[in-house]
Design a protein around this ligand. Structure first.
Ligand code: PEP
Length: 245
């Protein structure tokens, strides 16, 4: 059976305890969502958010984890700690972490392996910069990121891939439908033979997804959901995206 589509929210470094009220509104709007719903708040909010979710069908995830299980890594959080706090997913290799923290594909792969070992689903992000797209390098960049960022042992059950063009994140700009279809079809091909049950790996699109463009994006072949930044912060916006899946 095909896996459920996934609406994933990335709160980034936004939100506080008061913002957990958005979870109540989301649960009320979608008591039985037609897709899987995931929110990845800042690490401090993972545990209280999990408590706030209660029995509602909303999964909680982290935005990063360390590659090591424990030890002298001040300020870092392990995959097992995220799991212990109530997370089921972790976003890895987001372009903001690749840019702000110098994360390489090899580092992302090591973190994803740690996530898998802790029982977390890794949402591995890939995406080209605008300069790379303009230079005609998009598929080469995505191919290299996939090859380097996905660890051995990845399967459709423990791995989600998010295609997030860097130039579309937080800008209000999106690729054309044909451009999204091209990259998602390419990613599906690339996963074959490398990831277990590759036909069922969920491929998310991310970058300026809003209630107004979600349905059109979700109608594109091989788009199995979205990774949403800004429009996941308010239940009213995220609801519109969940309803489109
Ligand atoms: C993101 O950062 O993962 C993202 C897709 O952001 P936005 O939806 O705000 O473009």
């Amino acid at each position: 059976m095909a896996p459920r589509k996934l609406a994933a929210g990335n709160w980034k470094m936004n939100g506080d305890l008061a913002a957990l009220a958005e979870i109540d509104a989301l649960a009320e709007a979608h008591p039985e969502p037609g897709c899987e719903v995931l929110i990845c708040p800042p690490a401090l909010l993972v545990h209280p958010m999990k408590g706030r979710v209660g029995a509602h069908a909303i999964a909680v995830g982290g935005q990063d984890c360390h590659a090591r299980a424990s030890g002298a890594h001040t300020g870092d959080i392990s995959a097992a700690q995220l799991k212990d706090a109530g997370a089921d997913y972790v976003i890895l290799g987001h372009s903001e972490r690749r840019a702000d923290h110098g994360e390489t594909d090899a580092m992302v792969a090591a973190k994803a392996a740690a996530a898998h070992a802790a029982g977390l689903v890794a949402v591995i992000c890939v995406g080209e910069t605008e300069a790379q797209r303009d230079a005609g390098e998009t598929l080469a960049v995505i191919g290299a990121q996939l090859a380097g960022s996905i660890p051995a042992g990845a399967t459709a059950a423990n791995t989600v891939i998010a295609y997030e063009p860097v130039w579309a994140i937080g800008t209000g700009r999106t690729p054309t439908n044909d451009q999204i279809a091209e990259v998602h079809g390419f990613m599906r091909d690339q996963l074959g033979g490398r990831v277990g049950d590759s036909g069922n790996v969920r491929l998310l699109y991310g970058g300026s997804v809003k209630p107004g463009n979600a349905a059109e994006i979700f109608a594109i072949g091989d788009v199995d959901g979205a990774l949403v930044g800004g429009a996941s912060l308010k239940a009213a916006d995220f609801s519109g995206i969940i309803a489109a899946l």
